[in-house]
Design a protein around this ligand. Structure first.
Ligand SMILES: N[C@@H](CCC(=O)N[C@@H](CS)C(=O)NCC(=O)O)C(=O)O
Length: 239
């Protein structure tokens, strides 16, 4: 048996519609870890997943781990992997800050706003979520209930109460920061691929590849260094 990672569904040439699942998958690809991908039964998400969120993994000995960061820490320990070897504490601190910014802030502006808050974005999203299946009234009801679940979190963070233009400005500030920090480096943290690249690359790919058109569409692509970085990562790791 091989390690299994549970996600939603793949889409747009990405391993999963969730950036966190994508990040964990990208980490395993960069680190050369073998895994199997399995779509989760959403009706059982709260009971199956340690935190009621995706991703989670089940290792070949049955160990279950939830949360992309905990998964990475677990894999580092059990597979004796350290992509961050040689980085100073200051470099690690900067990487952690960008990681947290993308995961806990930019995610809401650049993923939740276009896909879940905006009605047109939601209608665009549905066929991908159901993978082309017929949307019967009960399925539509279940999808809309899941949308409400996500939107209540969005409002809970306060981001979902802000006007679209404010959300856009915050999104652009974060993208600017990533572009400035990357500068002309090969990878996000220097000349070697590091753990942080799994997150930076996963999130940027989601912002660029998602089909929902919104005010932020095209902003990442307006930065030549981010475009080069995406092309480099894609070519080098075939992901
Ligand atoms: N901190 C978690 C975040 C995971 C997360 O928020 N996943 C979203 C999908 S992108 C989710 O499963 N949401 C369902 C819910 O919150 O009800 C991680 O890094 O894995």
């Amino acid at each position: 048996m091989v390690l299994t990672i549970y996600g939603y569904v793949p889409a747009w040439g990405l391993p999963d519609i969730s950036p966190y699942v994508t990040k964990a998958v990208f980490f395993m690809k960069i680190a050369g870890i073998e895994f199997k991908y399995q779509p989760e039964n959403l009706a059982e998400l709260d009971t199956n997943s340690p935190y009621g969120k995706l991703p989670y993994i089940v290792d070949d000995d049955g160990t279950k781990v939830g949360d992309s960061n905990e998964i990475i820490r677990y894999l580092e320990k059990t597979r004796n992997i350290n992509l961050d070897e040689g980085l100073s504490n200051a470099e690690l601190a900067v990487n952690l800050s960008f990681e947290r910014m993308l995961a806990e802030f930019t995610y809401w502006t650049g993923v939740i706003q276009p896909r879940w808050r905006e009605d047109a974005g939601w209608e665009t999203y549905i066929p991908y979520i159901v993978q082309g299946a017929e949307v019967t009234p009960p399925l539509r009801e279940a999808l809309d209930a899941f949308r409400e679940r996500i939107l209540s979190q969005f409002v809970g963070t306060g981001m979902g109460r802000r006007p679209a233009k404010t959300v856009l400005a915050l999104y652009q500030e974060d993208i600017d920061a990533i572009s400035f920090y990357l500068a002309d480096k090969k990878y996000f943290s220097g000349d070697k691929v590091r753990t942080v690249d799994a997150m930076v690359y996963a999130m940027l790919r989601h912002f660029v590849d998602q089909p929902q058109k919104w005010l932020g569409t095209g902003y990442v692509e307006s930065k030549q260094n981010l475009k080069n970085y995406l092309e480099r990562m894609r070519a080098e790791f075939d992901m």
